[in-house]
Every structure is written in C-alpha cells, then in structure tokens.
Design a protein around this ligand. Structure first.
Ligand SMILES: *Cc1c(COP(=O)(O)O)cnc(C)c1O
Length: 373
C-alpha cells in the first residue's frame, strides 16, 4: 500500500499525461513555454484571483512574497508553531524575526487568541514591528480567514496565505489561495495538486505586487532578463511541469471529492476510539493529510510499528513544533508558549490518504489500527 498513490494516478491518466509530455519535448520550449502561461490563466480562473505567477517551488513562493513586501530586519512575522519547517524558514532568510503562534486544538490551524496575544506582546515588549501573518491551511483545511482578516486590519498587518497543502480547499465557498494579500501553493508531488518534480505558484489581486514578483523571480528583470532593476533570483516553473499540471487540473476536482469520501469513511470507523480530524462547517478540505491523534507517544509507536509490519505506511506530520527545531529555537519567546502544538506533536499520526484508496483498504487500515489501541 502507498501513503499517497501517485502510481495509480499516473496509470489511470497515462495517455493524457504522456501526450502532454511528448508534446512539450517536441516543442522544446523548456523554459517559459506556452503551457506555463496557460496554467497560470487556468489557476487564476480556478481560484478567482487576478494574478497567478508560477515559480519553482512553494518555499521560493513564500520568500518572493516577503521580499516583494520589503520585509526585513526589525520586522516580526507571525507563523503557526505547528506546520512544515518551510513556512517559517523563509523569515530569518530575509533577516526578519519569526514569532511562533500556538494552534487550535481541533483544526490545527493558527489560534486567533494566541495570535492576538503574540501581536500585543511584540508591540509591548520588543522593538520589532509587526508586519505579516503567515496563515497555513494545514492538512488541507483553510484557516479561519474571517477572524484573521479582522486581526490583520486591526493591527495593520498583511496576510500571507500558505496554501501548499490547502489548494483545492474552500472557506465559505471561496477557494484556498484567494484569502491572503498574497497566497502561495506548492506542486510538490505529494501535495493535493502535485507535478512530477518541484513547482509552486503565487496568487494576488494586486497588479503591482504581481509585477514585482515576476521581476524578482527572473533575476530582478526590468524590460527583460538582461535589464536588471533589482536583485532577484531564478525561480521559474519548468514547461514540462506546467504541461503535467494542465492535464492534472482536468481531474483535480474529482480527486478532491474522492479524498473527501475517503476521509468520511475513515472518520466513521475511527471516531469512537481516536481523535479524528475536525473540519469547520464552513470549510471544504482538500485533505492533504488525514491526521488523527492517539492517547500518547507510546500508543502511537505501537500502532505505527504494527501497521508497518502489515504493509501499511504512516507518517508523523509533525514530530517537532517549530520552536524546538534547532535552526529556530533562538526565536522562541517563553511568554508565548505553544503548549497545544507540543501536545499535538506527541500524539499525531497521518494515515494513507489519496483519491484512489479503496474501501477495503480503508477498512483494513482501521481494523489493524483499532486492534492495537
Ligand atoms: C510543502 C510545504 C511548503 C513548501 O513547498 P515546497 O514546494 O516543498 O517548497 C510550504 N508550506 C507548507 C505548509 C508545506 O506543506
């Protein structure tokens, strides 16, 4: 059994994907070929945002957004403590200061009360200037953007939406990647919309930021890439990856629906004996992960071992909260404890989740898991 079965996906759509790849090879426009702009246009329409800028990966996308806003030394950027390293990695990379915010016990997204406490603390007790909230749509569930927007407005902050896992999800009927002042996603193969290598994209309604982003991603280009008006980087999406994504988009919504059915079935079977995911009523999740919580670390270790012996892969997202990562621990502010994140890290485990998981496989996973509790 696979944790995320990309082989089954390819076999089912082989003809269509092979044709797109062969066609790109024949055209030999490997950088900035037509499929790249086609993909951006499709994604603009899908998300309902004026500008989509494809780039090399999700981490670059986060970085490009912060650079576009001129974030740097002396600026505080708020980030949930329970997320992939990349959400916070980009903050010290531009010499700004990450401030870790505890997450919600149920949704695992940024906790609004902890966020406001952190902003107040930075204002009252540090010399930093609050600038950006990085909101992560963790495991596929968009964060609560009604509350986040209220807080951002109250303190004059920008929202950077990290929808690397959330693409395809919705909040109050609106697509993920439409909520941040700038939003990003990742096309890493295991994400909800994955390509066949690294890839990412940025979304914004602001044309001026979009223009800066397009410049920064191609060596700070002006008129063209040999006219350089700022220091940038090289972060483009390959034409081949864009061609693959154009095909994958044609069956993406069906896949997310299948993931929702898989999640429903898991929850039916596991809700009485484990802490199953809590999805808010106004949310449609893209189910990047199906993550449950067990009693304690000891029980988790036992379950993972038994499942592995039976050919069932699992993963721990995430083993450590950000504030205990060696590379980030220096930024931890003791007064802003992240107890919930710590607790989740000790007990969470993610189960196989993909659109092609069969009913009998879900039943087998749950049967084996429940036997070990
Ligand atoms: C995967 C991921 C990223 C980074 O995306 P890459 O394309 O791998 O650079 C950023 N944030 C979150 C929450 C992610 O899961």
């Amino acid at each position: 059994m696979e944790f995320r079965d990309l082989k089954r996906q390819y076999q089912l759509h082989k003809e269509q994907i092979d044709f797109a790849i062969m066609n790109t090879l024949a055209q030999a426009e490997f950088i900035n070929g037509k499929p790249v702009r086609q993909l951006e246009e499709k994604l603009e329409e899908y998300v309902g945002v004026r500008n989509c800028i494809a780039c090399a990966n999700g981490t670059d996308a986060l970085l490009l957004a912060l650079v576009t806003w001129g974030i740097g030394e002396g600026d505080a950027v708020f980030v949930p403590d329970f997320t992939f390293f990349s959400s916070a990695e980009v903050i010290p990379a531009i010499k700004a200061t990450p401030v870790f915010v505890d997450v919600d016990e149920n949704t695992y997204n940024i906790n609004i009360y902890s966020l406001e406490r952190a902003i107040q603390y930075v204002l009252d007790s540090t010399n930093l200037i609050p600038k950006v909230i990085i909101a992560v749509d963790l495991f596929g569930q968009p964060a609560d953007y009604n509350w986040l927007r209220k807080i951002a407005d109250k303190y004059g902050l920008l929202i950077l939406e990290d929808a690397a896992q959330g693409f395809g999800g919705k909040f109050e009927g609106k697509e993920a990647c439409s909520f941040g002042d700038i939003a990003i996603t990742s096309f890493f193969p295991a994400k909800p919309l994955g390509c066949y290598g690294d890839g990412g994209a940025l979304f914004t309604d602001c044309d001026e930021w979009a223009e800066t982003l397009r410049s920064l991603q191609v060596h700070g280009k002006g008129e063209d890439k040999y006219d350089n008006v700022r220091i940038g980087m090289n972060s483009r999406l390959d034409t081949l990856q864009a061609a693959v994504l154009n095909e994958k988009l044609s069956f993406f919504n069906e896949e997310i629906e299948c993931c929702n059915k898989v999640a429903e079935r898991y929850t039916e079977l596991l809700r009485n004996d484990t802490k199953t995911p809590v999805i808010k009523p106004q949310v449609y999740s893209s189910w990047a992960q199906y993550t449950i919580r067990l009693k304690d670390d000891e029980q988790r270790t036992r379950v993972i071992k038994y499942l592995k012996e039976n050919g069932i892969p699992t993963a721990i997202y995430y083993k450590k909260p950000l504030h205990v990562q060696k590379a980030l621990e220096q930024y931890y502010i003791k007064e802003l404890d992240c107890n919930i994140s710590e607790k989740i890290c000790k007990t969470c485990v993610s189960l196989p989740m993909h659109p092609y998981l069969k009913d009998w496989e879900i039943e087998e996973i749950c049967h084996k898991l429940l036997a070990m509790l």
